[in-house]
Design a protein around this ligand. Sequence first.
Ligand SMILES: [Zn+2]
Length: 444
Amino acid sequence: MRKVSIAILTGMFAAIASVAPAQDVLPTYVLISNVTLWDGSSETSTGGMNVLVEDKLIKQISAEPIRTANATVIDGGGRTLMPGLIDMHTHLMYRYGVPATRNMDPQSQGAAAYETMQLYIRMGYTTLRDVGGNSLGLSRSLVAGQIKGPRLYSSGGAISSISGHNDLGLLTEDPKSDVFGKRGDVNVVTGPIEVREAVRKILRGGGAQIKIMPGGGVASQFDPLEATTLMEDELRSAVEAAADFGTYVCAHAYNDVSINRFLDAGGRCIEHGFLIEEDTIKRMKKLDAVMSLQAYAAYEVFKEPEKIAGFTAENARKGRQVNEGADRMMRWIAEYEVDAFGGSDLWPDAQLALIPQDLVVRQRWFSDVEILRQNTSNAGRWLAKSGTKNPYRDGPLGVIEVGAYADMILVEGDPLADVAVLADYDQNIRVVMKDGEIFRNTLQ
Ligand SMILES: [Zn+2]
């Protein structure tokens, strides 16, 4: 906040500043001493470290004691200090599910999303990437400092075809102007021109990246999982329109055809991907494409999809199909070392408490340090690919290094030995800092 006021004064309002001189604003320092530091990328952590935060950025990291006069000091007591977690796949606007949300107004949707964001902070998540739903205003309010919560990289309403995964209209409604379309929670389009228009509208509203729906999904009504619902020219249009603004497109794609078509069109970020073929895994590796992993949703929730509220028999059948592909896909990702990050997709109210389990379930395929990277530095690297549309460009996210954003959590126990300590968040996540500000501290 303070940095912002200085930036404004040195910018276009310099004339006003000369009339009413600004008060000297001293930086705020927080020193977190005596921690076992895991930086977000290294194989191991280092004991006896001290980290100094100046305003919103990390200023100094040292094994020697750091002396500073005006710092608030937190004695880490040897606990693990690591980057705040990042969830790369949320749908904040749909907390109460599609049917109930149809009858909510945008204000109530926003209030419910705000509560979810506060829960994320308690769980140690300091950044979210929302991949479908009109969370653009929430992102703007966070940037403006009007509300507090985790950072939000919003995709706005996902782009879908008629009868695609985000055609959420009732059968009797015009799919292009149903209630979700009117609110900007979805963008149902036909043809490359409408795709371009949707991309530019989302980016105009503060979208950081674009979400598109090239293939069928589980929870929707008109799109079999095998269906490929957008043409290559439509996908290419999205990728190129986003690239013009320096950002990227991520694609909801389960089946192999839709994944390949998106890769053909220049896309490099795949969500879900559970019905992928081995050759396409190798292609992703060659292209430096990334797989966004929804491990718990696919492997655990879809084990018994008939138990999911609101699921029809057809939704449940699709859920089981995904569940059958999940183990195979995750094994290939690990075997071929495809770039990957973690996005829980656990957005319904009944599943929110399970979000940290998305880390734990991945122990089946990945080492603890790989899992942690998937929700810190790997995720942070992809968030930075939103380029000119990145709402947070003053430093990297998902790492603890000098110049990085001061988004960190202090953890009881050793998550590098067992990520499950993070699942017991109320006990083990003792301090949550975001932007240099302490959001939670159970040490005192
Ligand atoms: Zn999703």
